[in-house]
Design a protein around this ligand. Structure first.
Ligand code: DGY
Length: 431
């Protein structure tokens, strides 16, 4: 083996590690980490959960702090918001005045994918000190309360699935799965607004104006309901069962169950098991026989999206589906793997709406890759799991720690020096 090459690789890896750590340290605003200083100047829910995994690689106390700060924004009913506005900034729209939730700290009125439980379990597994035990015992009831909130407000079908009431809740803001459901949202009365995202980023990387008009209309609707989550989830203009949030919640509940068993939380374990059982049966509601995959479904029209996105492949991470369903989804995954330079595109490239640079309509996202790769490994798809990991690492080496990446060329898209991308390098892709 060539000594020079080995040490060159090691140096490159060390340099990447250092750069990734520096991004987290620079984006740390004191107890919480902004996803990116210009584009997203506040605390975001699922970003923080993934970021905590990155911190756990070099500062375990700071990892716990990230999670604690996120739950400092929790509402009394268990809801954990998508954004917590810890400080003022006019570089983002919509700010706290537009949401007007009346909470302290000020927050948005929608939630985001419930991944915190899964990341907390990872942090606990890394360091089981007495201090960590105390942290876990404090955070566990708060996560329970959030998952109870999902059960109470977001599962009207009682199938263990998650209804999203705004595309921003899914974290996959402009995924084509929301095009048809959002098209019937009334935008005629929206107040004039000025987007800030396109001041920082090329507009070819961002959602279209028509998407934004609908996003704003849905925020204004929630505000007129005084953020009454019952009304919003039963009468609101956008109600879609999101395959992504559903799979992530099932996985999070499985991680919660493992923690409950380890810590002897018996009553909670019974409750969590009932959620998991309900979802294991209910998940077939999302199975689209024509497509041969789990797809998001519009509750208002009753239509399946029929769309294969990267979220489709979170079924392995959730550990759901029959053998036949698995074989069918693996066919899709292998088809995409055979024709795509870098996995996992956020939308199947053969979809006419595929757009390699535009946010959730094509680009690769490291956090989704992490979950899909982990799930693949757990169900015995070791080669696919490894390919996803190597592709993710290659993208970061080639282009840096961008928000997302073009699956055809590897070019970075969205914000630079992105916290959750750096965190995924430290925790997973760079190892
Ligand atoms: C945005 O504003 O682009 C965010 O993704 C919303 O969460």
């Amino acid at each position: 083996m060539n000594e020079t090459v080995v040490s060159g690789d090691q140096n490159a890896a060390l340099d990447m590690n250092q750069r990734a750590r520096d991004i987290l340290i620079t984006n740390d605003l004191g107890g919480y980490t902004v996803p990116n200083k210009n584009v997203y100047p506040f605390q975001w829910n699922w970003d923080s959960a993934f970021v905590a995994l990155g911190f756990a690689e070099f500062d375990i106390d700071r990892a716990w702090k990230e999670i604690e700060t996120l739950f400092d924004g929790q509402w009394k009913d268990g809801f954990v918001p998508q954004i917590i506005f810890w400080q003022e900034s006019d570089s983002y729209f919509p700010g706290p005045d537009v949401w007007n939730t009346g909470k302290k700290p000020q927050t948005s009125g929608i939630t985001q994918p419930p991944v915190a439980a899964s990341m907390v379990r990872q942090i606990w597994q890394k360091d089981k000190s007495d201090a960590a035990r105390g942290n876990l015992e404090r955070i566990f009831p708060k996560i329970m309360a959030w998952h109870r909130w999902f059960d109470k407000y977001r599962d009207p079908l009682r199938k263990g699935l998650v209804v999203a009431t705004h595309p921003w809740e899914t974290g996959r803001d402009n995924a084509p799965e929301w095009d048809e459901p959002a098209a019937s949202v009334d935008i005629s009365g929206i107040e004039p607004y000025e987007r800030r995202d396109t001041l920082h980023l090329d507009k070819k990387m961002r959602p279209h104006k028509e998407d934004y008009d609908r996003f704003v209309a849905m925020v204004e609707y929630g505000r007129t309901q005084n953020w009454d989550h019952n009304a919003i989830a039963t009468e609101g203009p956008f109600r879609v069962v999101d395959v992504g949030m559903t799979m992530m919640l099932i996985r999070a509940n499985k991680d919660m169950l493992a923690l409950a068993n380890e810590f002897g939380f018996e009553k909670e374990a019974v409750e969590i098991r009932s959620w998991i059982d309900r979802a294991q049966n209910g998940i077939n509601f999302l199975w689209d026989e024509k497509i041969g995959a789990f797809c998001s479904k519009d509750l208002i029209s009753g239509q399946s999206s029929g769309i294969i996105s990267s979220a489709t492949f979170l079924c392995y991470y959730a550990g759901v589906g029959s053998e036949a369903q698995r074989a069918s989804t693996v066919n899709h995954l292998e088809r995409i793997a055979a024709t795509t330079e870098f996995l996992m595109p956020s939308l199947s490239p053969d979809n006419p709406r595929f757009d390699a640079m535009r946010y959730w309509r094509g680009p690769v996202w490291a956090v989704v890759n992490y979950m899909v790769s982990k799930g693949c490994r757990e169900v015995g798809l070791a080669d696919l799991s490894e390919r996803i990991k190597l592709d993710t690492a290659m993208l970061m080496r080639q282009s840096g720690f961008f928000e997302a990446f073009n699956p055809e060329t590897g070019e970075g898209t969205g914000g630079e020096d992105f916290s959750w991308t750096a965190a995924m390098w430290l925790h997973w892709a760079g190892k």
